[in-house]
Write a protein that binds this ligand. Structure first.
Ligand code: SF4
Length: 222
């Protein structure tokens, strides 16, 4: 992992954003690419004076939907964003600060009680907005963890727990970002570019592919 953090310097996309903006951005990123999530976020910034609970709680769903359409699933996401804004505005006192100041398990449970917020979104908000040492698992991280055989199970909690066991609390955010960068750059879902990978020598998936290839070669030569 230290090799990867040197290869991919920290690119903290959440810098300068409020916790509520981080939450909305993460909701927009569900089931879409980072480029489309960013276009959805830009659309929201263009359509509304501020991305704040008070503003979005009173916005109409069609207006939010039009603003975020680039992010896909716009109708569903618009409703969830409006509903989340209403909870934060009405039940949380218009800010996420008090909830994020709770112990991590409580804050996580409160976030997961919001409409459309699952463990991944909650963990991203906890890590990026509140500095909790959670290890959010996105699709790139899940794929790499599987290739590296880091976890016993393949479900979200199994992978998250394994990654948190393997990493020191202070390294988790940087390593989370480095793994995502690696998944986008080289360790892609289809045709990973293993010949350029700086950690190929330690990668179970690569080593077993090489072993399988050599075995096939030996068989073919007999
Ligand atoms: S060797 Fe290939 S599969 Fe393994 S981490 Fe590198 S790119 Fe991914």
């Amino acid at each position: 992992m230290r090799v990867l953090t040197k290869t991919y310097p920290v690119d903290d996309w959440s810098r300068g954003m409020t916790p509520f903006e981080i939450l909305i951005s993460t909701m927009l990123s569900q089931s879409t690419t980072v480029a489309n999530e960013r276009r959805g976020m830009e659309g929201l910034r263009a359509a509304f004076p501020r991305i704040e609970p008070a503003v979005l709680a009173t916005a109409s769903i069609p207006r939010i939907q039009r603003a975020i359409w680039h992010a896909g699933l716009a109708r569903q996401k618009a409703r969830r964003i409006r509903d989340v804004a209403r909870v934060v505005q009405g039940e949380w006192g218009g800010t996420m600060d008090r909830v994020l100041a709770r112990p991590v398990a409580e804050a996580r449970a409160a976030l997961m009680g919001l409409p459309g917020v699952g463990p991944k979104t909650a963990d991203i908000v906890l890590a990026m907005a509140a500095g909790y040492p959670t290890f959010p698992v996105d699709t790139h991280i899940a794929r790499i963890a599987k290739r590296w055989r880091l976890a016993q199970g393949q479900d979200y909690e199994a992978i998250r727990t394994a990654l948190e066991r393997w990493t020191a609390a202070e390294d988790r955010k940087a390593w989370h970002l480095a793994l995502i960068a690696h998944g986008r750059a080289l360790c892609t879902a289809r045709r990973p570019r293993c010949s350029q990978c700086p950690v190929a020598a330690d990668c179970d998936w690569f080593l077993s592919s090489v072993r399988g290839f050599n075995k096939g070669l030996r068989k073919a030569r007999r």
